[in-house]
Design a protein around this ligand. Structure first.
Ligand SMILES: [Fe+2]
Ligand SMILES: [Fe+2]
Length: 184
């Protein structure tokens, strides 16, 4: 069941970044001036990885299980809709942060903080939904033959360039967040 293990691992990694981002947003709301560049890097990395790697792979896996179970079909439809909504949310947020970073747009601080908080909450809720409901349902329905087929159709993305687990970008970003938390 390699594909599921990889998706679970990606959820854990994304969740870790989101939890750190959440703490930053709380401090930002409390009045601490944030490291905007770092926030921007985290949002674009989490959003970018989810939108271009993680969710498309999930979508292809969901398409494979289409029509097997009505309850699962409904959950999968909700999940695909969320992928589309999250993509819009992350694109919009990235544009807002870019505007602030490059002084190209006047974004009220409160609405930027709210948008960041919403991004963290929606991405986290999505991960929680998949971990607690969707994935257990798929795992209950799928058999060995399905996983063998899926392994062939959806090859592992974890090559050194794109893999979330091994990616240098992920490690550097995580370390930068840890360092930034120490500074305050
Ligand atoms: Fe997803
Ligand atoms: Fe996911």
């Amino acid at each position: 069941m390699t594909i599921m293990k990889e998706l679970h691992q990606e959820h854990r990694n994304l969740k870790r970044l989101l939890e750190m981002l959440e703490r930053k947003v709380e401090r930002f709301r409390a009045g601490t001036h944030p490291n905007f560049q770092l926030m921007s890097d985290v949002v674009s990395y989490v959003g970018g990885y989810a939108d271009t790697q993680h969710h498309p792979r999930e979508d292809r896996m969901l398409a494979y299980f289409q029509g097997r179970d009505t309850e699962l079909d409904n959950m999968m439809k909700a999940c695909e809709d969320e992928h589309a909504e999250l993509k819009q949310l992350s694109t919009h947020l990235n544009d807002s942060i870019d505007g602030v970073l490059h002084d190209a747009a006047v974004v009220p601080l409160d609405s930027l903080i709210d948008a960041l908080a919403e991004f963290v909450q929606r991405e986290s809720e999505h991960l929680d939904f998949e971990e607690s409901k969707l994935f257990p349902k798929i795992e209950a329905i799928a058999g060995d033959k399905d996983w063998t087929t899926l392994e062939q159709e959806l090859p592992s993305p974890t090559d050194p360039l794109f893999g979330l687990k091994q990616s240098d970008e992920y490690r550097d970003l995580y370390q930068a967040l840890v360092d930034d938390e120490r500074v305050g």
